[in-house]
Design a protein around this ligand. Structure first.
Ligand code: TRP
Ligand code: SF4
Length: 326
């Protein structure tokens, strides 16, 4: 069976941007692949190093939401990155194969630095973020990596590292293919990237009232003021939500919006209703998960992940001709 690996940082509750950006594919791939899904707590540490004591709680919250959307621990391996120390060893070995200018060119780091006002304060660990990610991925030698669009530059570097390693030490790693979702990018209610830190996210287990309130505040076409003004759905947040959850109705809405046959207030009301119907299955699933033992799931997952990771590291050390006392 081919393998899949992906991960998310433990930021706590997941939002519809996470869901439509990547998790839909995580759920789908469980039927066809051997899936490894990791909580990337070391990655979270690159920016949240002073909040490490919160991670235990955040990890549990994150995994509970994964289960809520349909990730199934019976079929997939769910684990926490820091439980599999082999990732750290591979990260160290890979760190020799990447130059500092290559890491500084990474667009994601530029964005993080700007958003978090970290100019001149980039740590060694933060700069190496994509090298650690390459280790996470390649240690499971997967064929596919379902991710959000924002992660594409990291996967490009992963593939470069795989090529470089294979060239130096012999064929060891596949060059995994990134898989994006159909919707790719779901904007936050203010039109920016949906992110917990921007306060513009809709969470998958939020109450119907809260969802409606947020959608009613969402950013639409600024040129559509009156109901019968013709609208431009392409820049409209509400339209983006609608296309994600109601594929069949999208074309009709687009036509009505452009023709000025529907006003934004009515459109938002309809969209809230459809969104709440969509989220209802998660709310129900969450009820069923009340007694779930996340700790045991992650413990068993870590054991399975380690078994695989250990095997890869043995191959890696042998190919490199590294010292072994045995
Ligand atoms: N960088 C990813 C994010 O912020 C998380 C991540 C860590 C990841 N390791 C990974 C994603 C490996 C895919 C594969 O969401
Ligand atoms: Fe967006 Fe709907 Fe308003 Fe069109 S009618 S601009 S799709 S909210």
């Amino acid at each position: 069976m081919e393998r899949v690996l992906s991960g998310l940082r433990p930021t706590g509750r997941i939002h519809i941007g996470n869901y439509f950006g990547a998790l839909v594919n995580w759920v789908r791939f469980q039927d066809e692949y051997r899936c490894f899904y990791e909580v990337a707590d070391w990655h979270a540490l690159t920016t949240m190093y002073s909040e490490s004591r919160r991670f235990r709680e955040l990890i549990k919250e994150t995994v509970l939401d994964w289960l809520t959307v349909g990730i199934d621990p019976e079929r997939s391996v769910l684990f926490v990155q820091s439980d599999v120390k082999e990732h750290a060893e591979l990260h160290l070995l890979f760190s020799m194969l990447v130059t500092i200018p290559r890491l500084q060119r990474n667009p994601t780091i530029k964005e993080v630095v700007k958003d978090l006002h970290m100019e001149g304060k980039i740590s060694y660990g933060l700069l190496g973020y994509p090298v650690l990610q390459a280790s996470d991925v390649l240690i499971y030698r997967p064929q596919k990596v379902p991710i959000g669009e924002d992660q594409l530059p990291h996967l490009e570097l992963t593939r470069e590292i795989a090529r470089r390693f294979n060239h130096l030490y012999g064929d060891t790693f596949p060059e995994p293919e990134p898989i994006l979702t159909k919707t790719k990018r779901i904007p936050g209610i203010d039109g920016r990237k949906m992110s917990k830190s921007y306060g513009n996210a809709i969470y998958i287990t939020e109450s119907p009232e809260e969802v409606e309130k947020k959608i009613m505040q969402a950013f639409t076409d600024p040129e559509k003021i009156k109901k019968d003004d013709p609208g431009h759905p392409e820049g409209c947040v509400v339209f983006a939500y609608r296309s994600a959850i109601d594929e069949d109705g999208t074309e009709e809405l687009e036509n009505r919006c452009r023709a000025g046959e529907i006003g934004c207030v009515q459109c938002k009301r309809e969209t809230s209703k459809i969104m709440n119907e969509f989220l209802d299955k998660f709310r129900k699933k969450r009820e069923e998960l009340k007694a779930v033992d996340i700790h045991t799931i992650l413990k068993e997952g870590a054991e399975k992940a380690r078994e695989f990771a250990r095997e890869t590291m043995q191959i890696v050390r042998e190919r490199m001709g590294m010292w072994s006392k045995d």
